[in-house]
Design a protein around this ligand. Structure first.
Ligand code: NAP
Ligand code: GDP
Length: 318
């Protein structure tokens, strides 16, 4: 019997945490105990609270998802909060992991932290090559520091602290609050409410032209579990769908209209910000490790996400 792992997932109640919970519950492995924690268990911005959490569960492995997370408009108005909250959480989690002898930590970056002015596709070597897009510089610099810290913990103490870089994520259990949500949950909520109110116009912010790669949370969860078990580099790895799967915001709106069977029209509010035009990322490194990994087709993942929201909107984070 291999060593028993105690795997603590910070941010375990969020979009990605819930998806990982779904994936590991379906496997039921006897050599792993999974613990999913939220801000109710500890405020990770606070060192003492973080220390008590580590003392309570004594994890051997940590998946660190907890973060202040939000869409373009929330980032634009709260850069300082994104910077400070995320710097504190990341520093506390990594330091407690080191002090308590955690064997491996997998933290989470994002493709939106890469330099704004860059060549495409983006790859893992380019994280620190220039300033991020001004809309989310607070979040971006805090996240970039995880990679710096991982290398420093490795160099100074030999720790195996690594990170993954997902593209935009969506799926069940997302944040549907119109002020802070990302584009897909924001638009799911908006279209659901439009239909509920008998409206015939689906108002989408921006021009609809920006391009994004979207990964279904349940696909990302399977990749996270693989990284935890098999990926032993300190260097980050991009977890993204293939470059050909990049879609415009207009295409996202059209897929949502199809899934909801909405008969009205889509209108773009071009007075609202578009954010970064694109951040096309290469998943070549991932494909070298997992050439046959199958991503859920975008339209099916959108339909499942819409159906989940229809069934759970009263309990969803609104
Ligand atoms: P999410 O749904 O907003 O969930 C955030 C989680 O963090 C929740 O469990 C929340 O706990 C917890 N949390 C927030 N502040 C905390 C604090 N002070 N102390 C303890 N826990 C705290 O986020 P997500 O979308 O799953 O994101 C997970 C990770 O993926 C993040 O690191 C994010 O940066 C990264 N990521 C996300 C996307 C995306 O499109 N969503 C894309 C790339 C990378 P409560 O439930 O108690 O509030
Ligand atoms: P980003 O990928 O980090 O920029 O984050 P988002 O998930 O917030 O996506 C932003 C893109 O979607 C921008 O081009 C916005 O103009 C567009 N968008 C359209 N409608 C919405 C909406 O309701 N909420 C958000 N967050 N973005 C929207």
């Amino acid at each position: 019997m291999p060593d028993k792992k105690i795997i603590m997932v910070t941010g375990g109640t969020g979009l990605v945490g819930k998806a990982i919970e779904t994936v590991v519950q379906s496997e039921n492995r006897v050599d792993e105990t999974w613990i999913f924690v939220s801000s109710k268990d500890a405020d990770l911005c606070d060192l003492d609270s973080t220390r008590r959490l580590f003392e309570k569960y004594k994890p051997t492995h940590v998946i660190h998802l907890a973060a202040m997370v939000g869409g373009l408009f929330h980032n634009m108005s709260h850069n300082l909060d994104f910077l400070r909250n995320n710097l504190h959480m990341n520093d506390n989690v990594l330091q407690m992991s080191y002090e308590t002898g955690v064997r491996k930590v997998v933290s989470c970056l994002s493709t939106c932290i890469f330099p704004d002015k860059t060549t495409y596709p983006i790859d893992e070597s380019m994280i620190h090559n220039g300033p991020p897009h001004p809309s989310n510089f607070g979040y971006s610099y805090a996240k970039r520091m995880i990679d710096v810290a991982n290398k420093a913990y490795h160099e100074q103490y030999g720790c195996l602290f690594t990170s993954v870089v997902p593209c935009n994520v969506f799926g069940p259990h997302d944040n549907y609050n119109p002020e802070s949500s990302h584009v897909i949950p924001g638009l799911i909520r908006k279209l659901f409410d439009t239909i509920d109110n008998g409206g015939d116009t689906f108002l989408v912010m921006g021009t609809g032209k920006p391009l994004r790669q979207f990964i279904y949370s349940l696909d990302l969860a399977r990749l996270f579990v693989w990284v935890l078990r098999e990926y032993d580099e300190v260097e980050p790895i991009i977890l993204s769908v293939d470059e050909e799967c990049e879609v415009s915001i207009k295409k996202v709106a059209e897929e949502l209209v199809k899934s909801f069977d909405f008969k009205g029209s889509i209108v773009f509010d071009e007075t609202k910000a578009d954010g970064q035009y694109k951040k096309t990322a290469s998943n070549k490194k991932l494909r070298c490790y997992l050439p046959d990994f199958q991503f859920t087709p975008f339209s099916r993942a959108i339909k499942e996400s819409v159906d989940w929201y229809r069934q759970n909107h009263l309990l969803a984070r609104n």
